[in-house]
Design a protein. Sequence first.
Length: 423
Amino acid sequence: MVLNFKKLQIIPTYLNLKYPKTSFKFINNGEQSKIKKESISLARQLQAKIKSTGPISVAEYMKEVLTNPVSGYYMHRNVIGGNGDFITSPELGQLFGEMVAIWCFNEWQKIGSPIPLQLVEMGPGHGSLAEDVLRVFDRFGVRNEVSLHLVEVSPYLSQMQAQTLCEKTIRPSEPTQLYYQLGTTAKNIPVFWYNSIQDVPRQFSCFLAHEFFDALPIHKFQRTEAGWREILIDIDPAADTVKFRYVISRMSTPASKVLIKADEKRDHVEVCAEGGVILQHLATRLEEDGGFALFADYGHDGSKTDTFRGFRDHQLHDALVDPGSADLTADVDFSYFKTCTEDKLLTFGPVTQREFLKRMGIDIRLQILLKNCDEKQRENLLLGYHMMVDQDKMGERFKLFSLFPSVLKEHLIRFPVTGFADS
Ligand SMILES: C[S@@+](CC[C@H](N)C(=O)[O-])C[C@H]1O[C@@H](n2cnc3c(N)ncnc32)[C@H](O)[C@@H]1O
């Protein structure tokens, strides 16, 4: 990788561009009875499994409930938006995606714009963040050098992403291909879909993940007098219908032996081992192939304890009731991500979404857009802005976290990572 160190001031240029995007993307699904049936069938499968092999880990429960190929929560319907179960920042209009795009473009330029550039997004939802990033890159004249790589397990959402991003897509029948879907955008940018990050080609890449890691399975542990014990999920023998309950393992489990830090101070801990594996993979790639990563999620720096919960219809929902009918999620422990990558990477953050967006110039961009829109767009822009930035909404709870290869240490001391410290 050839590095051409320089500091660029591209942000003011972009903030003045004028093109308001439409508005919210609320999508109707109205499939309540189908969801209920799938939930009953998933509950029965889980019950059969627990009956035959004993209580399962929270990670196993979460993985089945969210991504079981037949009835997993994410797999066959739209769950994001006004008629879904939760709303995310990239769905609140163009402001969030534009700030992320400017960040990516700026960091890429600071290290000499290595090409070809792979933009890789994990868990892209409707594809709105990728759409915003490609649009901004296009406005900066970056076209032929870029390709987009999406890591998505949901067949349904991969179709939605294709509709958002591509003019045409194909699903190759060749079993040797690592991607399962291929498309091209209106500007001829190739888009590839994969089931796993491991399948994305090894090249210089900018990795993005928005509300992806919180959807990955977590293990839960409790400190007891006998030492650390894993929290498991069992069926309640006293209940007439299928009812799940938490139990505490009698003995230590393989997970409780390897996933708890020796100096852990908390009494209850959640560990996302699958996220840790992805982080270790990214660390190797960033070190060997070059690139950087930006994650946004609700999370903490190793201080929180019990955060596992469900969301249905924009309300908190008991994670053990009607599995598959509600989103399951846990706050991301960024301190764990640091531990997984510290031998290879520099990490920045977590900083609050409010701090990040304000440092990236969201207020200036908002003012420019407000000058060029109609009344309805104005209402949507302001609503989205306040949802994303206000301290009592997403502004404080959501955090931004970034990763760079250690070889850039001196460079990043001279030219600090945008958005993560006051300049
Ligand atoms: C909470 S949604 C966030 C969507 C989008 N990033 C946003 O913020 O609007 C989680 C996304 O990750 C995908 N996902 C969940 N588990 C995954 C996994 N193990 N591998 C790949 N994608 C996954 C879901 O299908 C969905 O697209």
